[in-house]
Write a protein that binds this ligand. Structure first.
Ligand code: ADP
Ligand code: MG
Length: 485
């Protein structure tokens, strides 16, 4: 797919986007201290002397966090740097008690990698990853606890983050959204970040510029801390228009940091390049360079699970799914597992259809995620099996499913309770046909005079008279026979 251009008043523009994503590492302890990391804890209840930057405290690297970063790098097919360095990034802020953040600058733990995007039209795009580095999170300033005062909560101070930086390879808001979605899926598959954007475990800065197609890169603006995929896309769209109108009106884009206001749907300037911090990076003298054992990295590599791209390819090959269906199903590991449970030993396309149309539709209406589904994969298997063995018709299966969603009961129980078992008793079907033919004598005559189209009408009438429970194949056969006279 070629990148979509944006039509301005003076001709087409190409949008260039690079994303910087902060992903909180799944770890019980912080990056350089043993303090806990649970979300939503009482303020300042998870703060060690290291996190509070008490004099004389020394950071000790958390091996688990390093492992998580390396696993993520491996999942991004990125270069793992066997030697990396922790630097101090100096700035003043009330929620940063040390006056610096420990981060990685020139020598990050992970180098260049790639992410594959699955676009809506079935095409794919490969986006470059520039780097992934480990760093500490800062604390949180609370301005709404007491009037006239700001409070500081240091629970988050020192929590491990992975900053994942992309190349300026993205060309539209849609691609940026697809990138963030795929990155989040990969992080969740390997379990290194929970990807929860509402809780701030995954945060995104978007760098946006515009240029004439194929021209030199334009000046970029950085939109800070966007906390949902929808907002990311809206912020990029707004910023694109703003820059195009600015340039077409004779102005120039100045490099600056901007904030997205979700209520107003616009970005506004936060600080210019001149006001940008001079972080005075230098290697943290309290920490030795981080050296990784190649054999340890190799063991981690061997343990990387099947990731979304590989799973998608396998779903297409093994189950005959379309690129689109497979892409949707692998987007969430729980959905992928759910589908596989249902598909195993059954009609895979039917299974995909039930999961993507009926189940996702119901979850959507309920506002629930699949891991909170009222119908388990095993229960859906039960429903499909009742259809396959003829106990219920496909038509009634949807009613049974609706009842399962509502009550959480097994399909077989719903069928018994509601008396939805399919009627295969020839006598009962014949009796219903006779009744309808007697009632619709004129139409029977028309049919016999050659109006074949009426056959569907009779099927519908008999089915209705039997509450939808007649076995469709039997009904067809018997009806054809009787109408023939
Ligand atoms: P900084 O360290 O100031 O944030 P970087 O060079 O590390 O700057 O770039 C940060 C992000 O900005 C990267 O994701 C990169 O792809 C992106 N980027 C760089 N130049 C441009 C540009 N002209 N337009 C859009 N994005 C850009
Ligand atoms: Mg930046």
């Amino acid at each position: 797919m070629t990148a979509p251009l944006v039509e301005g008043a003076t001709g087409p523009w190409e949008v260039v986007i690079g994303l910087e994503v902060h992903a909180q590492v799944v770890s019980n302890a912080k990056l350089f201290s043993g303090a806990a990391t649970a979300f939503g804890a009482e303020p300042n209840s998870q703060v060690s002397f290291v996190d509070a930057a008490m004099p004389g405290m020394l950071p000790v690297i958390n091996r688990h966090c390093v492992e998580q970063a390396v696993k993520t790098g491996l999942a991004l097919e990125a270069r793992i740097n066997l030697v990396s360095v922790f630097d101090r990034k100096n700035y003043f802020y009330p929620d940063l008690p040390a006056g610096y953040q420990i981060s990685q600058y020139k020598n990050p733990i992970v180098g260049t990698g790639t992410i594959r995007l699955d676009m809506k039209d079935g095409s794919t795009r490969t986006i470059g990853i520039t780097r992934l580095h480990l760093e500490q999170d800062a604390g949180k300033s609370l301005h709404d606890v007491a009037p006239g005062a700001s409070h500081v909560d240091l629970n988050r101070a020192g929590v491990a983050l992975m900053e994942i930086v992309s190349e300026p390879d993205l060309r539209s808001a849609e691609e940026a959204g697809a990138y963030l979605k795929k990155l989040r899926a990969i992080l969740r598959y390997i379990g290194t970040c929970d990807g929860n954007m509402e809780e701030g475990s995954l945060r995104c800065d978007a760098n946006v510029s515009v240029r004439r197609p194929g021209g030199a890169l334009g000046t970029r603006c950085e939109i800070k801390n966007v906390n949902s995929i929808r907002f990311l896309q809206r912020a990029i769209e707004y910023e694109t228009q703003r820059q195009i109108e600015l340039i077409e009106g004779g102005g120039t884009v100045v490099q600056e940091t901007r904030l997205y206001d979700a209520n107003k749907g616009e970005t506004r300037a936060m600080r210019s390049k001149e006001e940008a911090h001079d972080y005075r990076y230098f290697p943290d003298p309290d920490l030795m360079p981080l050296r990784l054992d190649p054999a340890w990295v190799a063991r981690l590599k061997a343990g990387v699970p099947e990731l979304p791209d590989a799973k998608k390819d396998r779903f297409m090959a093994a189950y005959g799914l379309s690129a689109y269906d497979a892409g949707v199903l692998v987007g969430d590991q729980v959905a992928a597992d759910y589908f596989e449970t249902v598909a195993k030993g059954r009609d895979a396309k039917l299974a995909a259809n039930w999961v993507m149309v009926e189940l996702f539709g119901a979850l959507n209406r309920l506002g629930k995620e699949i891991d909170a589904s009222p119908v388990s994969a095993v229960q859906l298997c039960g429903l499909l099996d009742l259809m396959a063995d003829g106990t219920i018709s496909g038509r009634l299966a949807k009613d049974v499913f609706a009842a399962m969603v509502e009550t959480g009961k097994d399909a077989a129980i719903v069928v018994e309770e509601k008396g939805l078992r399919q009627v295969t008793d020839t006598g009962a079907i014949e009796a219903a046909i006779d009744a309808i033919m007697a009632r619709e004598a004129a139409k029977v005559a028309e049919y016999r005079a050659g109006k074949d189209k009426l056959f569907g009408f009779f099927v519908g009438q008999v089915m209705r008279a039997m509450g939808g429970k007649a076995n469709p194949a039997q009904l067809n056969d018997l009806l054809k026979h009787k109408l023939a006279g």
